[in-house]
Design a protein around this ligand. Structure first.
Ligand SMILES: Nc1ncnc2c1ncn2[C@@H]1O[C@H](COP(=O)(O)OP(=O)(O)OP(=O)(O)O)[C@@H](O)[C@H]1O
Ligand SMILES: [Mg+2]
Length: 246
């Protein structure tokens, strides 16, 4: 069964149709990428899936239930987590503290400030586990502002992974990275599956073709191609509209 499904998802901003009847399915435990030129509607798609904006038509289903009209905090409670095109870290806190605070913010006892030391220990263990998955364990005690841009991007994913995350929506995690850091980012994202289900927005088509299980190509808000990398690689429509090949 698909973990996430959009059905006829449409968004108008005034007279501008930004997403036009988008149907997509993301299998549990898979890495599904969304590619498309600037302004194709990729971030808008994430804003709809995570409840930040509401559809003009169509719906979003998570585990078979219509969640289109839930507010963002309830989407987050379901485990739908989003990272943004712009990094959102506490730069003066350590890497560990950034993840720990995110876990606490998702937890049920977020307003109990006087936690037992043993609870805190549990949070630290969970935070380390996330940092380890991202290859950041050695940087746990470093302030976020001391990390390289690539490490900050990874930590930003760690913040999104905090708590019970089921679905990670990553919006251009390679943005601003130097050339050498890009393969590492691709490999790390791939390693998050199948434990996590990941939807990745990415401009680098080479990377997307090499790491994704399935791909949706958007152009002017419409799906112009969808399927496994081989189908996308050989799609004439994609070559014409996006890759600029042939
Ligand atoms: N709140 C809004 N009000 C009006 N228009 C908007 C709004 N948000 C996005 N748009 C427009 O919707 C279109 C799609 O924007 P979106 O940010 O989803 O594109 P994108 O595919 O993420 O692009 P990029 O690759 O540059 O990040 C653009 O033309 C944008 O100007
Ligand atoms: Mg965008």
């Amino acid at each position: 069964m698909a973990l996430l499904k959009t059905i006829g998802l449409t968004k108008d901003f005034g007279a501008l149709r930004v997403l036009d009847h988008v149907d997509l399915e993301v299998r549990e435990g898979s890495l599904h990428s969304v590619v498309g030129p600037n302004g194709a509607g990729k971030t808008t798609l994430f804003s709809l899936i995570s409840g930040f904006i509401k559809p003009s038509e169509g719906r979003v289903e998570f585990k078979g239930k219509d969640i289109s009209h839930l507010p963002p905090h309830q989407m987050a409670h379901l485990g739908i987590r989003r990272s943004f095109q712009v990094i959102t870290l506490f730069l003066e806190l350590t890497a560990l503290e950034n993840v720990r605070l995110a876990i606490q913010a998702e937890g049920k006892e977020r307003f109990s400030f006087f936690k037992k030391a043993s609870d805190l220990q549990g949070l630290v263990v969970q935070s380390y586990e996330i940092l380890r998955t991202l290859g950041l364990a050695q940087k746990a005690e470093h302030k976020a502002c001391e990390l390289s841009h690539g490490e900050q991007r990874l930590l930003d994913i760690g913040v999104a992974m905090a708590g019970e995350s089921n679905l990670l929506l990553l919006d251009e995690p390679t943005s601003g990275l130097v050339y050498d850091e890009i393969p590492m980012m691709g490999e790390t994202i791939k390693k998050l599956t199948p434990k996590h289900t990941v939807v990745l927005i990415e401009h680098r088509v080479d990377m997307v073709l090499s790491i994704s299980d399935s791909i949706t190509v958007l152009d002017f808000g419409r799906v112009i191609a969808q399927g496994p990398p081989d189908i996308i690689r050989n799609s004439e429509e994609v070559s014409r509209a996006y890759l600029g090949v042939r």
